[in-house]
Design a protein around this ligand. Structure first.
Ligand SMILES: [Zn+2]
Length: 197
């Protein structure tokens, strides 16, 4: 890595670090993370909501969670880009590093995310998560369970690269695989006008 690259990587790392900070606004009873309002939700409460949603809505629950995750990913991507712009970070040269840091080092509590490879030619990204928050360690399912995370990854990549991404969870710890693996692909340009969801 050249000194210029290292310099820009360090700046980007600081940028991500500044976004990872959490603010407890005790006077108003609010919590701000990533410059946005959040609530602290126990993982088991999320699991309970998801299970009930599945019971009531069946397969549609995956779609709903996917849309929710997509929205969060998009907003996070927007926040990151706005912050980079405000700090004068030139993203044209450092975009690959920026994307890696943005996706791997922003800790939303979803699990340890790793970009395994990103083929810019074909527009395919392989991502792994060893400890997805959507996996119930005590119960195996028939299908992949991490619909929110899949939506989140599609959302953040769509924002950062300004292209729509399709994707699927190809392996999931929830159904007995060693970990969760996601494959995202850039949607061909001709369809870019349609909704990414
Ligand atoms: Zn999974």
């Amino acid at each position: 890595m050249s000194s210029l690259e290292r310099y820009s990587s360090n700046r980007l790392r600081r940028l991500i670090g500044s976004l990872n900070s959490i603010r407890f606004k005790d006077d108003t009873g609010e919590v701000e993370y990533f410059g946005q309002q959040v609530v602290m939700l126990r993982r088991d409460a999320f699991a309970l909501i998801r299970d009930e949603l599945t019971r009531v809505a069946g397969g549609a629950s995956q779609v709903i969670l996917g849309i929710a995750g997509h929205t969060v990913g998009e907003e996070e991507g927007k926040a990151l880009l706005a912050r980079a712009k405000a700090l004068g970070v030139k993203l044209t040269q450092s975009l690959p590093i920026f994307i890696r840091l943005a996706v791997e080092e922003t800790n939303m509590g979803y699990g340890k995310i790793k970009i395994e490879d990103f083929d810019t030619e074909s527009g395919t990204v392989n991502i792994s998560i060893s400890n997805s928050f959507e996996v119930d360690p005590y119960r195996h399912t028939l299908n992949a369970t991490c619909a929110f995370t899949l939506g989140y990854l599609k959302g953040i990549f769509s924002q950062l690269l300004r292209r729509h991404f399709d994707g699927k969870e190809v392996e999931c710890k929830g159904k007995g695989d060693p970990g969760c693996k996601f494959r995202l692909t850039i949607r061909p340009q001709s369809n870019a006008g349609t909704s990414p969801k």
